[in-house]
Design a protein around this ligand. Sequence first.
Ligand SMILES: [Zn+2]
Length: 371
Amino acid sequence: MQPKALRLLAGLLSLILFGACTASEEPDPLACDPDALAAALTQSLRARDSAGFEENFARSSSGQRLARQLFDNLTELNDVAVSVQPGGDKLKVTWSVDGSEHPSAHTIAPKLVNVGGRTLIMDLLDAENPPIWIYGRITVSNTKVGTLIASERVSDAQAKIWVARMAAAVVAIKKVKMGDLNAAWNQKLVVELPRDTREYQRLVNMDPAISSAATECEEGAVRIVVNPASLDVPDQVGEALMLHEAVHASTSSPCLDTGALWASEGLAEWVTTTAYKSVATSNRSIAETFIARHGMPESLPTDASFAGDKDDVAAAYALSQLAVQVAVDELGEEEALVMIGKLSRDKDALDAEQLSELTAWYLAELKKLAK
Ligand SMILES: [Zn+2]
């Protein structure tokens, strides 16, 4: 038999065995009923009923494996609810963890079949913005400083180290006067440690070659995702990385910052220097090298300067931190951070006079670094 004919036969067989779902306005015994499926999933999760949950998946070994993985993962989360997205072929899963300020919402794309009038999940298709729990088993650790969600590839020892870094970051942020900027923060972090760089890329949609960690916004819920390539970095590097991201998380930066990128990144980097002097030293030397190579900048860092090659991006962070530093030196911490905070939310928050004053302080500081 030709392969094509074989495939056709296989397709016919699956139709006979499962009854593929049809989309129909009329009452149709072969139509899928995603609403009933969503309700059954939510209800069985709330009841922690694993058998009831598994009944919503195809009997195939892959279907049942998926069911067990999702049940184990989702019962580690809080307030999980499944609903149907408009259009009917995708499900929305809302969930939270103890450290969350707001529930997260993710869309998953199940491959559905109708078996004997019941809608079952055969498989999950690629989702645009996937949650960490669709990939493999996760472990959720709830602590006083927030929640760590780690893939099964993260050891207990590694998880412990990252929880300690979360705690150090929370302590460091509490010492900084950020005023209204993080007044609504619950003083907790939600951190994810995915399995590999590919998964990291899927979760944060960033190039894992240039991004060590990212802070993401999910409909108001903020989470920090660490690149697995950074899982075993030296302690101080890991602590500084966590603190930088924790500043973004505490200010809801990925949800609210629509202003100047240098202000958001400079603030995160500047707070990091308050706890780790080595970051300030290394940023000064990065800025020196940049000026030696490219000459004196003429303005504060632009958004575009964060999108160059690895060295340019490192320079953009270093220069942004220096810009915040000069503002703090000139105005004092409280007043400077109010101003930087406003700029991080709105590019046009300052009048022309304030902006030219800030630019002048910044360029005068950079002049000292030029040789
Ligand atoms: Zn950042």
